[in-house]
Each structure stands twice: as C-alpha cells, then as structure tokens.
Write a protein that binds this ligand. Structure first.
Ligand code: MF3
Ligand code: CO
Ligand code: CO
Length: 293
C-alpha cells in the first residue's frame, strides 16, 4: 500500500490524567508486574453479568472515541475523550498504569492509539491525525472487578481504496474467527480461519500479539492466536469462557519490532495495519459478542 503520509514518529506524551480515588483500580496499578491469574477462563453467571457491564461501557467508549477520529485531532485528545467517558461511567481505564515488560515503564494512558504501520500499543501523544490515516483505538474498561476489552480501526476522512479494503477485511476476519469459536473446538481454529481469510487478500496476520482470556484479569494467561498454531494452542473452548479475538492484519509483512518506549509495535516493512477486537462469551452452542454499545 502506498502510504499517504510519512512514517509515524514519537510525539510528546502529556502528563498522566487523574482518576478519582472513588473509582476502583485493578490490582496491578502501582505494581511492577501484574499478578498471575489462577482462576481459569470459565466464569460464574455472576462474574459474566459483571463482564457484560464492563464490555458494554468499553464498547460505548470506543464508539465515542471513534466518532472523534477526524483529520487534525491529536491522539492525546482522543485519549482525553476516552478517559473522561470511562470516568463518567464510573469505570477505570484498564491500560492506565498497566505494568510493562521488566524495566519498562507502565502504560501511561487510558487507551492505545496505533496509527498506520503501528501494529498495537501506540501511546496517545501530540501526533496529529492526518487525512487517510488508519487509527486503531484499543480501549478497556474495569468495573466491579472485571475488564471488557475492545478495539476498532477508524479511517480519518475517506482513505484510499486500499486502506478501506484492509479495514473491511480485518473486521470480517475477526467476525469469521468469532463465529468459529464454539464449545468443543480448540482455540487454534480461530486463528486458522482468520489467517486463511487474510491470505486471500495477500495480507499477513500478526503472530506476536494475540487474543487473550479476559474478565477478572486483563490478560488471564489463555492465548488466542490469530494464525494457524495447531498442534499448539489446543485449549478446548467451553461454555462460560470469556476471551478476546483481536486480529491485526498487515498489508505487507507481519515481522515487527518495538520502539524504545517499551510499548509501540511497528511493522518492519512499514506496511499499514488494521485491527478489530471484541470480548466474547462462549455459550452452550456458540458465542455472544459482549462488546456491543
Ligand atoms: N487492550 C490491549 C489488548 O487488547 C492491551 C493493551 S495493554 C497496554 O490486549 F498496556 F498496552 F495498554
Ligand atoms: Co484491547
Ligand atoms: Co485485548
């Protein structure tokens, strides 16, 4: 894809935004690492009802921020909108203070904003969104002890035909992956479906970042690959499980590296990337998307 703008570079990050003490924080905030989750991925009816609420608020926040993706807005301004929306709904922005890799700083903002060749984990900053950019917004809400996680890709202005196709195909790949998630199957079927569909268009699916179990922990330890990982990732899908499906598709190659900020992940070849993410619940005979506004 021919980029319509120069490559993305680091902007300046604004001071950390406050969260009132009355809003419950996840246990990892202020710690150097998140505690490992040992509670499994099949949840009680009571926990699932709580996840529904977090997922709904996360989806509403995503829609709100998505409407603000227009040429001229900074990613910091998008963060401000998402941060305030979550606080207004008595939710904590799960990414704010999420511990990084050893020796790296915690994530400093209420969402990830990843433009063009940035695959994921972009930090909102002074970067100005330009006509034709793909802006991935990944926002997660924590309420009542549980998280709901979702991401969407928004094009600033019209975008090129190639950009629109990348975004549409990525959304469709996520939906196909979700529909493949049924009790009795191994989680690796999800990635197989996603990768196969992406390949029809010459796109590569990112391997190094995956979907995950979500609920009482932001990342429970269950991994949902977006590529054909068989015979690995053979966890069997069961009713009552909650996890994300969040494919990142590249117009070029998926090989990637991280910036020295400890977070921002970019394609090595500079190819553009789209991503969508839903939090889903596995039901007796299929699945339900929880991140709907
Ligand atoms: N929301 C991302 C996911 O889908 C995780 C972001 S963690 C952060 O798993 F620290 F980078 F914000
Ligand atoms: Co996410
Ligand atoms: Co996620």
């Amino acid at each position: 894809m021919s980029p319509v703008r120069e490559s993305i570079s680091k902007g300046s990050v604004s001071p950390v935004r406050a969260v009132p003490a009355s809003i419950e924080r996840p246990d990892y905030v202020g710690k150097r690492a998140s505690a490992r989750w040992h509670g499994g991925d099949v949840h009680s009816a009571e926990t699932i009802e709580k996840i529904r609420i977090s997922a709904k608020v996360a989806a509403q926040a995503l829609a709100e921020v998505g409407r603000a993706v227009v040429p001229g807005v900074t990613t910091d301004e998008l963060d401000r909108l998402g941060h305030e929306f979550l606080l207004d709904h008595r939710a904590y922005p799960s990414t704010l203070g999420y511990p990084g890799a050893a020796g790296r700083p915690p994530f400093p903002k209420a969402m990830c904003t990843s433009l063009n060749e940035v695959i994921c984990h972009g930090i909102p900053d002074s970067t100005v969104v330009q006509e034709g950019d793909i802006v991935k917004v990944d926002i997660t809400a924590f309420m009542n002890g549980v998280h709901g996680d979702n991401c969407g890709s928004f094009i600033a202005g019209e975008g090129t035909e190639a950009t629109r196709q990348l975004v549409e195909v990525t959304h469709e790949s996520m939906m196909r992956g979700i529909k493949a998630a049924r009790p009795g199957r191994e989680v690796n079927v999800i990635g197989r479906v996603i990768e196969k569909y992406a390949a029809r268009f010459g796109y590569e699916s990112v391997r190094d970042y995956t979907g995950h179990g979500v609920g009482p922990a932001f990342h429970t330890g269950l991994v949902i690959p977006h590529y054909d990982a068989a015979p690995y990732h053979d966890d069997v899908i069961e009713p009552g499980m909650v996890f994300t499906v969040e494919p990142m598709l590249c117009a070029g190659q998926q090989a990637n590296h991280e910036w020295n900020d400890g977070w921002t992940v970019v394609t090595n070849d500079g190819s553009w990337v789209a991503q969508f993410e839903h939090t889903i619940l596995i039901t007796a005979d299929g699945q339900e998307v929880l991140t709907t506004p």
